[in-house]
Design a protein around this ligand. Structure first.
Ligand code: COA
Length: 157
């Protein structure tokens, strides 16, 4: 991670980039761990309205590299929930996910959260384990016909 990065609170103007990265992650990264039918339905659920509806009720951040958005995250410090971290597949495995996660952990700590819970995609379980989270229960998120297999994980702060 040689280039200068910045983490900023997401603005409405970041929504198109957020949706683009999320969809790219599903078809590029998640697709290696889920059946094609699941990926097809999953990617259709990601749209600008969905983000726009949640951007004021939860906390969203974008990670920018020399002005380009290369990742984003959504958390709720009040509930102690980490909803998602996504790094553009072209920039994965370079430490940016860990950088964003450490920033979020700081936000949780600053607001007095004692425990973070999350639902990890199957591909992300080793990433969260490397970063101090432990597995809880296996679970699923319903789509239309399909279900997304997830793993509930947690970390005490
Ligand atoms: C999961 C994700 C955010 C990780 O971000 P990343 O930038 O690729 O990860 P990093 O390069 O920061 O890796 C940090 C550490 O986790 C480890 N790690 C990351 N992915 C891993 C994997 N699939 N298996 C094993 N270890 C992994 C790295 O080896 C590294 O370990 P180190 O600190 O000992 O060197 C990214 O792969 C992603 O966006 N995936 C698609 C979206 C997704 O599924 N997000 C999770 C939704 S809850």
């Amino acid at each position: 991670m040689k280039n200068k990065h910045e983490i900023q609170k997401a603005q409405q103007s970041d929504i198109p980039d957020i949706v683009k990265i999320h969809r790219k992650c599903i078809v590029t990264t998640n697709s290696k761990h889920y059946p094609e039918e699941v990926i097809k339905e999953w990617v259709e659920t990601i749209n600008e309205k969905g983000v726009s509806d949640q951007i004021t009720t939860t906390q969203w951040y974008v990670l920018k590299l020399t002005g380009q958005t290369i990742g984003f995250a959504q958390i709720d410090t009040g509930k102690g929930v980490l909803y998602q971290i996504h790094i553009d597949p072209d920039f994965q495995n370079q430490g940016y996910g860990k950088t964003l996660l450490n920033f979020l952990i700081g936000e949780f700590r600053n607001s007095g959260t004692e425990k973070i819970t999350l639902l990890a995609t199957l591909n992300a379980v080793p990433f969260y384990e490397t970063n101090g989270f432990t597995r809880n229960e296996d679970t699923t998120i319903p789509l239309v016909k399909e279900f997304i297999d997830m793993v509930e994980m947690q970390r005490n702060l």
